[in-house]
Design a protein around this ligand. Sequence first.
Ligand SMILES: Cc1ncc(COP(=O)(O)O)c(C=O)c1O
Length: 374
Amino acid sequence: MIGLEEVKAVMDVMLSNKGTRWTVGPESIAFETELATVTGVKRAVVVNSGSSALLIATAALKLPKGSKILVPACNFPTAFNAIIQNGHIPVVVDVDLSTFNISLDEVREALVQHPDIAGVIAVNIAGNPVDLIKLREIVGTRKIILDDCDGYGTTLNDKFVETYADVSCVSFHAAHIITTGEGGAVLTDDENIANRAVKLREWGRVSGTDKIYDYPGFPVDYKERYVYEEIGWNMKPLELQCAMGRVQLRRLQEFKDARRLNYHRLDKIFVNHRAFTTLGHLPNSDPCWFSFPLMVNGDNRGQIMQTFEDQNIETRTVFSGNILKHPAYKDVELIKIGDMKNADEIMKRGMFLSCHPSLTPDMIQFISDVASKI
Ligand SMILES: Cc1ncc(COP(=O)(O)O)c(C=O)c1O
């Protein structure tokens, strides 16, 4: 969904200042201001991916090492990794089959078993929002980190879902709702979290300025740009990405409307199809759909996906399925609540079709024709 305006915005950055404007600067700052305004939060910090946003958001909370953090078994690996890579302990709960999202009953159960849980990473699978209002009632003042990498633009009670979490993460990967090629952002109302996120994004340095750092024991000529207050990374986006992101952000509603229309067209095809079960979403939500999620009723998902793929209709499995089944996590210290039977079912029978804004009614008719032979 890249048009001439995006190309021009990138070119303008490339050609300005003799091509010296690469790293975070005026475009990044403007993109951050616009993202915060559109989302309805105080601060946005742009980074180079949604995965980086998750790592930084979790680190910026400054929870003590070894904190217990709830996470659904069916997620995207880098949501899970953000807990482990920050030295915390994942407390893994199952998901609901009707949404593929974290089970609030299991969250309640986990809190009974482990009242010292410090926070939760809630993942909006495919843009379908977790009931963040209920989740807040359940977890109280514990931290909510929202992974809305799939569904930027999703609302709950007419407010962006990011406004319900302590800190939220979005992705601007090419497949996502708005794109900078690769990219992402941390969104929050908390100035301390945002300021820490900026430092973590930029090697841990105090700021990018030449201001003298006034600190006991420091040479009097040391500039803030060479002083490190956090143990950081380099996760900065490029200026040309942010220039493109600003144009994309202005098109958010256009993309959301097109995705919603395609979702409903697909829903009509699959809602009564004998081979599939469709999912639900909260009545007070307006999801910005990343894709169209489905459960295959039988044990023949592979065959069904192949039928679509043979006709050049792209399909995907539901990210990790049950993350605990993946080899990377076999020796990780974690706590399991329950048996993850729903995440296992999703791993065996869940799938996505696309509801990308570029799909035309003819293409969706074609999907319908192929589906009618299943
Ligand atoms: C739910 C979810 N979280 C996180 C990510 C990671 O985002 P990125 O690819 O920008 O690192 C993705 C990527 O597709 C995702 O789907």
